[in-house]
Ligand binder design. Structure first.
Ligand code: SAH
Ligand code: MG
Length: 214
């Protein structure tokens, strides 16, 4: 937890009750250690989506469909394309989209998000929530699909706070921490993006794609 536990728990008490389906998915994720987004983070995303009203959202990392269902619910007029590589999670996500009644608005692209999408796919919102070490790759791949004024949200960019430590003791995680730090520097200095880092949940970034300057 990157924020004070007490504060985090307090924030969670202020989040309205979810649907039975979403609460079931929260339980399943906890029991099976499926890394779904934290409550305070998805509530912030919901608020941002309510303000920006994107119509075509691209999500990288579906898992069992939890965050996609939240986003579909936040913007009932939006269509969502979501990408997932794990076959078992894909099946469960499809079932959950059915249960949530959003199957007709959500397209699940099955496979490696590192392979990209055909050029005709256009989006006004991009949500990165898959393999942290691949975020730079995903950003380079999908930024060309994003309209000017489009928004980008990335989860887990503070990586349990490890990005702020001078020396990462955990040898196994150190290379990944390094990659996340590189990504954060890259994104916050990107000429086409205006970005803020928000210390909520596991760290969320919010960016807007600037209009091209001619
Ligand atoms: N957004 C989801 C959680 C996603 S967890 C939610 O909050 O409900 C991250 C997911 O990314 C995992 O299910 C993992 O299988 C998937 N993933 C990892 N690497 C991927 C890749 N290269 N392409 C597509 N999906 C990937
Ligand atoms: Mg996440």
């Amino acid at each position: 937890m990157i924020t004070n536990n007490l504060i985090n728990d307090y924030i969670d008490t202020l989040i309205p009750k979810r649907s039975e389906l979403l609460e079931t998915l929260e339980r399943e994720a906890k029991e099976e250690k499926i890394p779904i987004i934290q409550l305070s983070s998805i509530q912030l995303i919901r608020t941002l989506l309510t303000a920006f009203q994107p119509k075509r959202i691209l999500e990288i990392g579906t898992a069992i469909g939890y965050s996609a269902i939240w986003m579909a619910d936040a913007v009932p007029t939006a269509r969502i394309t979501t990408m997932e590589i794990d076959p078992e999670r894909i099946n469960r996500a499809l079932l959950n989209f059915e249960k949530a009644g959003v199957r007709d608005r959500v397209e699940l692209v099955q496979g490696d998000a590192g392979e990209g999408l055909p050029a005709h796919y256009r989006f006004d919102c991009l949500f990165l929530d898959a393999a942290k070490g691949q975020y730079k790759n995903y950003l380079d791949l999908y930024l060309p699909h994003l309209d000017d004024g489009g928004i980008i949200i990335c989860d887990n960019i503070l990586f349990r706070g490890l990005v702020a430590e001078d020396v990462v003791d955990n040898k196994r995680l150190a290379p990944l921490v390094h990659k996340v730090k590189e990504f954060n520097r890259y994104m916050t200095n990107h000429s086409q993006l205006e970005t803020s880092i928000i210390p909520i949940g596991d760290g969320l970034s919010f960016s807007v794609r600037r209009g091209s300057i001619s």
